[in-house]
Write a protein that binds this ligand. Structure first.
Ligand code: GLN
Ligand code: ZN
Length: 740
């Protein structure tokens, strides 16, 4: 019985790649240093999988920034503004596309399906000249082979690639991305031929778009593409991998009818209905890659349950055609539990990160082949049982309070326009009020203070003094910049989620449970293992301290909502004299199910949870919310239904279409702050550029509802970037105020 891993995290067990990238970008280390760190990571990952006994080990799932950008590089589809002169794409061009450079902004970034991973969106138009411009897939394959590891090279499939792209500027409305298929397939053929020549016997195409609700002409494109590739693929075993949801019946038919394809990969975790399709008929002689180990969670697999499913599948497809696999790339989970020595023993027994999932896949494959590791399976069964019955998982009081919420609506009594009037009387803000999203730069010294406090190397008093000093510095800077609504800068927070999780019960924390978000950025999500409650106020101390330092309004800053716990916090902040409270819903869209049929239920639940957090405040308390970049088109009505007073959204990496979406939405009167510059890039925008952007917004949005702010928190930037950028932002707002 064979085993397979769809893909593996690149960052390294201690974020080695992140540090290597950032040091290279800062000019502190050479390209060779970066390449060396990366090669070491790849080799240790391959070795680990091969030691574990995995048969089909992926290659080319490493990326310096993003696998979709790698594909753009492979195809030579570099937008003209990066002035690339052909040849093999180097770091310069590659990282310029990813991050922008002194003269050109980055390409757009957007969420990878419903994960928190973000990919670089290819920009394609009728004039792109494709060429085989990155040999990375072949180089990685050969590199592994040189290390004695036979791998399955992984490519983003041609149809998903096009469907994940956007038409370049000027042809947005008219251009059909799929019309480029005949132009990119010749490059894919070159790559495939080269992989074959290098000795590859398997190849994996990731075609996750197959799980979406696709129109028939899009499905037809898959049929055409693989027919066209068939002759080049002959002699290879070809796996088309899908993930993240059930595959719709039509797509299943298309997939299993593809020419030249010999194996199909399915997510059997999120895709519970796919199992029925397979049972309803699976093509003779083809391989089934059964994704039974969840690539997106951190929980140990229910091995006994998986074994039951696998045994059933075996009877359908045959012993030699079933391959045990992960539900998707392990990119979306943490790397290795081995680096969590401090984690509570019981909770740890419930968990599996990428490295442990590799072992689970292997153990399942061996068990199916008649070599069941009894000790491993019974330890797993015991852990599953203890998680079900543990009292730390269930909190009576929370269960009761949550049950009592059901059925009721929870909404502020006054409508938003009347509330804004009441608030304006108190706040007295100019038109185009300026604010920021919350965090200010996190300096090395600041991180050191927090670390030392955590390690009990400095006293509470020393810690409070240090943070007070930082807050006072941030307040002064904002007053000097003449920003209207201030923030305290979040210096006490390591991370917007972790900070709250640490103070709530029901959460556990990892030391190294990082998951890549984009490029070198990772998040370390806390683990919710049980019902959540708030033992005491979490932010009131710092927020009221910050408010005491200034006469201007100070925004309280919360991450929303574990509805009931955040509601208590909102009301405590209000009592402490905080008149503006921002409840971040950075990831509201993150949870949106991929398939449309499931949207309404999720959105109702998420929006209602948000309203619960602030339905108890007075009209004069201004509730802001902030959302990071996402596609808002289809959820605008839900955003409005959140009933916030002011909505700030990340906008600067996307285009003006977002604004027209919001024009529709904000007819109901709330304030809106579409970010006026991109904080993800080190570039400092000029006053003119920002003014120009605000003008474009004013063309679409009413003057009296527009807020001026950066598009997200500033914590990852340096003061040398933040100060001039904010100075230009305020100058732009003032300039426009005089013109209105
Ligand atoms: N208040 C948070 C900050 O500024 C929001 C971050 C986010 O939306 N990702 O850091
Ligand atoms: Zn944001």
């Amino acid at each position: 019985m064979a085993s397979h891993i769809v893909g593996y995290p690149r960052m390294g067990p201690k974020r080695e790649l992140k540090f290597a990238l950032e040091s290279f970008w800062d000019g502190k280390s050479s390209a060779e240093d970066l390449q060396k760190v990366s090669a070491d990571l790849r080799s240790s990952i391959w070795k680990q999988m091969s030691d574990a006994g995995i048969k089909y080990i992926p290659s080319n799932t490493f990326a310096y920034y993003d696998q979709v950008l790698d594909t753009t590089a492979m195809l030579g589809a570099v937008p003209a503004r990066y002035n690339w002169n052909g040849g093999e794409i180097g770091f310069d061009t590659y990282f310029s596309m990813a991050r922008g450079n002194a003269s050109v902004p980055a390409m757009e970034m957007t969420k990878w399906f419903d994960t928190n991973y973000h990919y670089i969106v290819p920009e394609l138009g009728p004039d792109v000249k494709f060429s085989y411009a990155s040999h990375k897939a072949v180089t990685e394959y050969k590199e592994a082979k040189g290390l004695g590891v036979e791998t399955v090279p992984v490519l983003v499939g041609p149809v998903s690639y096009l469907l994940l792209s956007k038409p370049s500027k000027g042809v947005e409305k008219t251009f059909s991305l799929l019309s480029l298929l005949p132009k990119i397939l010749p490059i894919y053929k070159e790559v495939i031929a080269e992989l074959k020549a290098a000795g590859a016997s398997w190849i994996q195409f990731d075609e996750p778009m197959l799980v979406m609700d696709l129109e028939s002409h899009k499905l037809q494109a898959f049929t055409e593409a693989y027919s066209e590739l068939e002759s080049t693929l002959s002699g290879l075993n070809v796996l088309v991998e899908t993930y993240f949801a059930d595959i719709p019946a039509e797509a299943f038919k298309t997939l299993t009818g593809l020419k030249g394809v010999t194996a199909y990969g399915f997510d059997l975790i999120r895709g519970t209905k796919t199992l029925d399709l397979i049972k309803g008929g699976f093509p003779e002689g083809k391989y089934l890659f059964a994704g039974v180990v969840d690539g997106r969670n951190i929980w140990a697999n229910d091995l006994a349950g998986s074994l039951t499913i696998l045994t059933e599948l075996e009877s359908i497809v045959g012993k030699d055609k079933l391959v045990v696999s992960t539900s998707c790339s392990l990119l979306h989970t943490a790397v290795d539990l081995i680096n969590e020595p401090k984690l509570d023993k019981e909770i740890k027994s419930w968990l599996a990160f990428a490295a442990q999932k590799v072992v689970e896949v292997d153990a399942l494959a061996k068990a199916l082949a008649g070599h069941k590791d009894e000790a491993f399976f019974s330890a797993n069964a015991a852990a599953q049982a203890s998680r079900k019955t543990s009292p730390r998982v269930t909190n009576e009081a929370v269960q009761k309070a949550a049950a009592a919420l059901k059925g009721s609506d929870h909404r502020r009594a006054t409508n938003v326009s009347a509330r804004l009037d009441a608030q304006q009387k108190k706040l007295n803000l100019p038109i185009l009020p300026t604010t920021t999203i919350g965090s200010f730069p996190q300096t090395i010294e600041l991180r050191k203070v927090r670390r030392e406090y955590k390690a009990k190397k400095i006293s509470e008093e020393e810690y409070v003094n240090a943070i007070r000093e930082e807050i006072s510095k941030v307040v002064k800077i904002q007053e000097e910049l003449d920003i209207d609504v201030l923030v305290h800068g979040e210096p006490e927070r390591n991370d917007m989620v972790e900070y709250f999780g640490e103070q709530l019960s029901g959460f556990a924390f990892t030391a190294n449970g990082w998951v890549q978000s984009y490029g070198s950025r990772c998040v370390k999500p806390p683990i919710i293992y049980g019902d959540v409650s708030r033992p005491k106020a979490m932010t009131v101390f710092w927020s009221s301290m910050a408010q005491s330092m200034t006469a201007r309004p100070m925004k309280g800053m919360l991450t929303g909502p574990i509805a009931l716990a955040i509601k208590d916090e909102v009301e405590d902040l209000e009592k402490a004299g905080i008149n503006v409270i921002q409840i971040d819903e950075a990831a509201l869209r993150e949870g949106l199910p991929l398939r449309k049929a499931e949207h309404a239920f999720y959105l109702d639940w998420a929006v209602h949870s948000f309203r619960i957090t602030n339905c108890g405040v007075q009209d004069t308390t201004q509730i802001h919310t902030h959302m990071c970049y996402s596609n808002f088109n289809d959820i605008i009505h839900s955003i409005i239904d959140m009933d916030a007073d002011v909505i700030t959204i990340e906008n600067s990496r996307s285009d003006e279409k977002l604004l027209s979406v919001f024009r529709e939405g904000v007819k109901y009167g709330a304030g809106i702050g579409p970010g006026v510059y991109d904080i993800h890039s080190p570039r400092i925008p000029s006053t003119d550029e920002i003014a120009d952007r605000i003008n474009k917004m004013l063309a679409v949005l009413e003057t009296n509802i527009l807020w001026v702010n950066p598009d997200c928190g500033l914590k990852t930037r340096k003061y040398t970037e933040v100060k001039p950028a904010l100075q230009n932002m305020v100058a732009a707002a003032k300039l426009l105020r005089t013109q209105l």
